[in-house]
Design a protein. Structure first.
Length: 130
């Protein structure tokens, strides 16, 4: 259950309304997702997050699909179901198939396992890795 009630798409707040419209146009969707409606309780957070996400996730030296896959991996590690599902959907729209997703899940699982072992054993970093 959310801590704060999501802001309606029919809000009178002009800043929020403008960003909600941008989200729908850029994402080619008819309804603003709950994440955006919820953080719209603080219009400055909504604006900052939306602008930052657009900048970071755009095509660059890393493809937007690769960035989505990184986002999925981090979201899995942080156990954020909302972000996992949102970015899987986005990655699939950009070309990720189920085989890629299964491989990604295997990498995330392995990385978390070996990270946990390194931390548990307090393994010292090799000199040639510094």
């Amino acid at each position: 259950m959310t801590i704060l009630k999501p802001i309606s798409e029919n809000t009178k707040n002009s800043k929020v309304k403008k960003i909600f419209n941008e989200i729908k146009v850029i994402r080619k969707i008819d309804k603003v997702p709950n994440f955006w409606k919820t953080i719209a309780n603080d219009p400055n957070t909504l604006e900052r997050t939306w602008n930052s996400l657009q900048q970071v996730m755009q095509e660059g030296h890393l493809s937007s699909l690769f960035k989505e896959m990184i986002y999925i991996a981090v979201s899995m590690t942080n156990s954020c179901e909302y972000c996992i599902r949102s970015h899987i959907k986005s990655a699939k729209l950009k070309g990720m198939d189920d085989e890629m997703l299964k491989e990604l899940i295997a990498v995330v699982g392995m990385a978390n396992e070996t990270n946990s072992l390194v931390e548990s054993y307090q393994v010292e970093v090799d000199e040639n890795l510094k």
